[in-house]
Design a protein around this ligand. Structure first.
Ligand code: NI
Ligand code: MN
Length: 238
């Protein structure tokens, strides 16, 4: 079967995904590496970062965006309008703020921002700054390959709309519980999204995140959802 070109995905632990595009460019989703207890040391530095996508303002999703932007000078940093406003005030260049429902082109990709059911605030010293809505991203490559990174989210039935609108083949879904969906809800998400493959994220980093890939696979089986689970340990590549 013909496979359109897709990125090579490296799991840096928690929700952080490094995408090496067929062009050789590097996209980092939810940049949290230095303080990320799951991120292997040898993956905390990069040869290049061409774009960063940030799903929401929490520290475990954008804790390193300012330092990485200074070091690697990405061509674009994509997040909500509010997060981009804050990042710009911290000296991050090339921010391109947006809001759910919209799409923009970056590095030849079509980046669509979609809703998430979660909060989004930025801790700046002892202040909590409004970060706009929490979001996820659907990314389509020039050849058509499309994937979805859900960020942090509860289950919501409009994931069916994401399936209708964007037809992702692969999803990165949180399964850890406490702050996001648990494995059972994530299995229902796979049904709504009609994805062929899923990579579990946001699990195992802290004791509060109790959902496991094993429970997730069991939930998919119980529901009769035909979706391949690709479990990556931090540092592993798909
Ligand atoms: Ni969060
Ligand atoms: Mn989180």
């Amino acid at each position: 079967m013909f496979q359109s070109p897709r990125p090579q995905f490296t799991y840096l632990g928690h929700s952080t995904i490094r995408c090496d595009l067929p062009s050789g460019e590097v996209v980092l989703i939810d940049p949290w590496v230095d303080q990320n207890p799951s991120c292997p040391d040898h993956l905390k530095t990069f040869d290049r970062i061409d774009a960063m996508l940030i799903t929401h303002g929490h520290g475990d999703h954008m804790g390193d965006v300012v330092s990485l932007a200074q070091k690697y000078k990405p061509k674009t940093v994509i997040a909500t309008y509010e997060i981009c406003h804050w990042l710009s005030s911290k000296g991050v260049e090339n921010c391109s703020g947006m809001n759910p429902g919209g799409s923009q082109h970056a590095l030849g990709l079509r980046v669509s921002q979609v809703q998430a059911v979660h909060t989004s605030s930025i801790e700046d010293g002892d202040r909590m700054i409004y970060g706009g809505l929490a979001t996820g991203f659907v990314v389509r490559l020039p050849g058509g390959y499309t994937f979805y990174h859900a960020g942090d989210t509860a289950l919501f039935s409009d994931m069916q709309l994401i399936a209708d609108l964007y037809r992702p083949i692969l999803a990165f879904l949180p399964i850890g519980d406490h702050f996001t969906m648990d494995p059972h809800q994530a299995a229902i998400a796979c049904k709504f999204l009609e994805v062929r493959q899923v990579i579990p994220i946001h699990w195992g980093t802290f004791p509060a995140l109790t959902g496991t890939p094993q429970d997730f696979e069991q939930s998919l089986e119980n529901l009769g959802v035909n979706c391949e689970v690709i479990t990556l340990q931090p540092g592993e590549v798909f």
